[in-house]
Unconditional design. Structure first.
Length: 314
């Protein structure tokens, strides 16, 4: 009986050590939920820029867009990326909601379905939409001057417009340079050029110059070089409706991306939505993004649980 007490003490000590190890290391499931593509820990910064109305062949290889083509050659290019619909607004909704919602560019109803902002908030992540020509912080109204809400549909999400704190994450684009310089960028940034600088109303060369001016400092920054992911996509094609919205250019830039990589896997905007959340360690995805193919092939190595795309129809 006397020897039993030391044995019980040893057993209790062993259990205590095991508990401490679990607290220090976490379970395998928790580690997996924090991991971003190709990494052992969750990266912290995603940036998305959307350009307007151009077929893949008008963009890739075009002398009008030397900066974007340089990024495509240096980093990753999806050669079989297809928009979901025509006109623009349904594609912007697919990038943020995982559903086209509407095919009316004048659509102005509040959208209450699951969406990227809801998932970011639930995961404790921060976000901002930096929009050129936005009249003021928190503006969720329709277009003014060269600002188009149809290209910034985050301003139609119920999680944003019905919450003052979230609504104040709608900020003019001038705030982006301030946040970059101060090292206070949020986890998720939507960068919204105006109707000229996104090539909607102006030539591709104008859009390319805007990209170079605003993205070069971002890509060179310590913040981006540590854990950044930049997606540059066109919303829809013009003379093509394959898979709903036609073949478009889609470029990914990251220090964690494969260099000079070209993918022939078919993707659509819901896969980019899935990637943008997964990069930040978010594991629940809205609507069509829940079943969309992963885009992990652009990173080294692709993590376990990679969801592959279905082969293209013949």
């Amino acid at each position: 009986m006397v020897a039993a007490a030391p044995r019980r003490a040893l057993a209790a000590g062993a259990l205590g050590c095991a508990a401490l190890l679990l607290l220090a290391c976490g379970t395998g499931q928790n580690r997996a939920s924090r991991a971003g593509p190709g990494t052992g820990t969750s990266p912290e910064h995603v940036f998305i820029v959307v350009e307007e109305n151009a077929d893949f062949a008008r963009v890739i290889g075009s002398p009008s867009m030397p900066y974007l083509n340089g990024l495509a050659q240096q980093y990753g290019l999806a050669t079989q990326f297809y928009a979901n619909t025509h006109p623009s607004i349904g594609n912007y909704f697919m990038m943020t909601v995982g559903d086209t919602i509407a095919n009316d560019d004048g659509y102005g109803k509040i959208v209450s379905t699951d969406n990227v902002v809801r998932r970011l908030i639930a995961a404790g992540k921060t976000w901002r939409s930096y929009a050129e020509d936005l009249p003021y912080v928190g503006y969720a109204g329709s277009g003014r001057r060269k600002y188009a809400r149809k290209h910034n549909v985050i301003a139609l999400l119920s999680d944003v417009v019905n919450d003052t704190a979230q609504r104040n994450n709608l900020v003019p684009f001038s705030q982006f340079a301030v946040d970059l310089a101060a090292g206070t960028l949020p986890n998720y940034s939507m960068l919204v050029p105006n109707l000229c600088n996104d090539a909607h109303d102006c030539p591709l060369s104008t859009a390319d110059a805007w990209l170079k001016t605003n993205l070069e400092p971002l890509i060179a920054s310590p913040t981006f070089q540590r854990d950044g992911l930049l997606i540059i996509a066109f919303d829809e094609a013009v003379s093509d409706s394959t898979k709903g919205g036609g073949r478009i250019a889609w470029v990914v830039v990251s220090p964690k991306a494969k260099r000079g990589y070209r993918s022939s896997t078919p993707y659509q905007h819901q896969s980019a939505l899935r990637l943008s959340l997964k990069w930040l360690g978010v594991t629940a995805f809205p609507n069509a993004a829940a079943d969309a193919p992963d885009m992990d092939e652009f990173f080294t190595p692709a993590p376990a649980g990679h969801r592959v795309a279905a082969p293209p129809a013949r």
